[in-house]
Design a protein around this ligand. Sequence first.
Ligand code: FAD
Length: 808
Amino acid sequence: MRSQARVVVIGGGVVGASVLYHLTKRGWKDVVLVERDELTSGSTWHAAGGFHTLNGDPNVAKLQEYTINLYKEIEQISGQATGIHLTGGVMLVSNRDRWDWLKMAHARNRYLGVPTELIPVKEAKKHWPLLDEKQFIGAMFHPLEGHLDPAGTTHAYAKAARIQGAQIIRKNRVTDTVQRPDGTWDVVTEGGTIHAEHVVNAGGLWAREVGRFVGLELPILAMAHQYLITEEIPEVVAFNKETGREMLHCIDFDGELYMRQERSGALVGTYEPNGRPWSPKAAPWDFSTELLPPDLDHISDNLDRAFRHHPALAKAGIKNVIHGPFTFAPDGNPLVGPIRGLRNYWVACGVMAGFSQGGGVGLALSNWIVDGDPGSDIWAMDVARYGAWANMSYTSKKVTENYGRRFRITFPNEELPAARPLRTSPLYDRFKTMGAFFGVSYGLEQALWFAPKGKKPTEKITFRRSNAFPIVDAECRAVRERVGVIEITGYAKYEITGFGAESWLSHLLANRMPAKGHLALTPMLNDAGRLIGDFTVAKADDERFYIFGSGPAENYHLRWFEAQLPKDGSVAVRPLTVELTGLSIAGPRARDLLAKLTDADVSNSALPFLAFREMDLGLVPAKVGRVSFTGDLGYEIWVRPDYLPAAHDMIVDAGRELGLAHFGGRALMSLRLEKSWGTWAREYRPIYGPLEAGLGRFVSFKKNDFIGREGALEEKNTGGKLRLLTFTVDTKDVDVIGDEPVWHKGKVVGWITSGGYAHHVGRSVALGYVPKEVAGEEHFEIEIIGKRHKARPQREALFDPTGARMRS
Ligand SMILES: Cc1cc2nc3c(=O)[nH]c(=O)nc-3n(C[C@H](O)[C@H](O)[C@H](O)COP(=O)(O)OP(=O)(O)OC[C@H]3O[C@@H](n4cnc5c(N)ncnc54)[C@H](O)[C@@H]3O)c2cc1C
């Protein structure tokens, strides 16, 4: 057996085979795949082989489309048939909410370029003749759906990779992965050790166990899943005869069923609400091409619905039941990318829809290995979206919840209950007593709004404005008219120390570094000059800085920071997580409030906009930055967690006579819309450049060289392609959620990234990207739940366009 390779891919399921193929496509030939048994012998061999482009994240949806279009290519190179049937599909809905959801999915497909159609049930019956029309109210036709042969497809990837130079070693289990001091890897297998530059964990059903070789506890869990294949169904035979074609794929959302034609019968799969984990603690190594015993009782509710919604199924005999495990991450999207702190260790696992996503995962990961960047926006699949808090127990609860909701709607204001509360701040209990309605971000409970006295903090889930609308309205008004306080512990914070700290930061970040005692706002760019972060940086001392950024991106940013650290020890980065907790006060009376907490001079001249000071607030030592995401006069007050309740008490006491009110995350999101300020993972993502995102003024080309400078300069010279616009939207009872299409002169030209109701200015607001050529135009429309609404670009911030409020 060979003893050296540039990359060792562990696992020969559809995902590992795709990664291998894509590495060879990028010209890397010294690559080897090691498979424990035969190719496909994990979850791949017993898959139903269905594919589609449906995904909650448009960037993942695009990668799914890439996967589907790839099958012809691998067939051509390998000469191996994938058995692809691109039949198209219909999605059936039975209630108004789901119909609204379908209208939104259809609208989103407009800018993704997928020509879906909303069709009446009668029309859907022409594609899926087994349905009972009375059970449904509408449907969507989707052209990019179909099915293939799972084994054929995996072998096509593998053969194409082999033809392009890769090697595949079967019947050889990897038993350990050991990193050498120089960062390279010894991949220990039953047949010997391979020394490799890179290791890819594509272990599928065993990815968690493979991760444990290096002390990783990946947040993935396998669930047992069943589909059945019926005997011949006369209606299917008649349909084929009459039309000369096979039945289309079918998703019945309310039945929680997916179906398609299989020979002269049907294949029926279910996502039952009470799904069962398979091998919750450790997957047995001796499990191979075997199935779990059929258990139709467990899915009997779904089958009852199947028989009611599609009566011909009730009369059909069952030929075969396939019951097997496959893996999920807590949110159902794959886990892809490099692992923080483990140089050249990559994962491509948790892929629950290998035949929709495997190609895109292989493409992104191979780009990342070869170029240091995935080449597209894969935030929704990035393994770094989870932190250490996503342990086995968390994963178990969330995966089970997610599995049971596979065909259920998650409303934009819906906060799912599993594994909560997990991380809480020292103010959690008192906020709960005060009537806070909580959401969760990066595992941490965060108050979203506060119920008025005597009212329960419950919210009706909806695509439209909820019962929290007037509550959030009152919170926004309190900030704009008096002063509000919000907990900001959920922001990510990092301490950067060392004699090299300033020059390192100035190379890492695009703006100039602040003077001592000040803050600077700055984007962070990747090598190509695209946005990978936006931060506030504080210079506390000559060799001590703080960075404040997006909470959910903590692991993602730390991975990047640490990869860029100099080897000479001149700089140290420390995540402060909840070692530093915070409260922000904002509104015209915020200074009066701060003045009551300290003897220090907090006048505008002593503590101007973007000042940063370490000071005592009464008994509490604090770091105070004069900045606020509300866009108002405001301060961020950072204290150790043991001081947080005391700091809160002080603020509440001092604020009483100033009309202080608590506000939550929803009000903050509304207030920042009035300033046209974007947020990470919505407006700011690696598909946008700083100029396009309206952050050009925070990029300093006059300072030293910095990461992404060349790309940003090119963007500046060419003007980039897109522009982020703020629209006010003519609506009555509905606001954008995100991902709606933007129309101009009868064509879809762009997409919405986020928005909502801006309560203080009393307008529905949306932020979104359009091509720069049309950005100067006036008349746009935004399609919200199937209806186009007039939208006008706002050329300046709706609130305080000159920044006088926050600066004076
Ligand atoms: C009943 C059922 C129906 C499904 N239907 C569909 C469908 O219609 N469409 C769809 O897209 N997906 C479907 N899936 C999911 C699909 O099977 C998975 O998305 C896909 O198989 C994941 O592929 P993988 O390569 O990540 O993992 P796996 O197929 O599990 O492959 C992992 C491979 O790694 C090998 N391996 C693990 N550890 C080691 C080691 N230490 N050394 C060497 N080799 C190792 C294993 O032997 C295995 O071959 C279904 C799954 C089930 C169970």
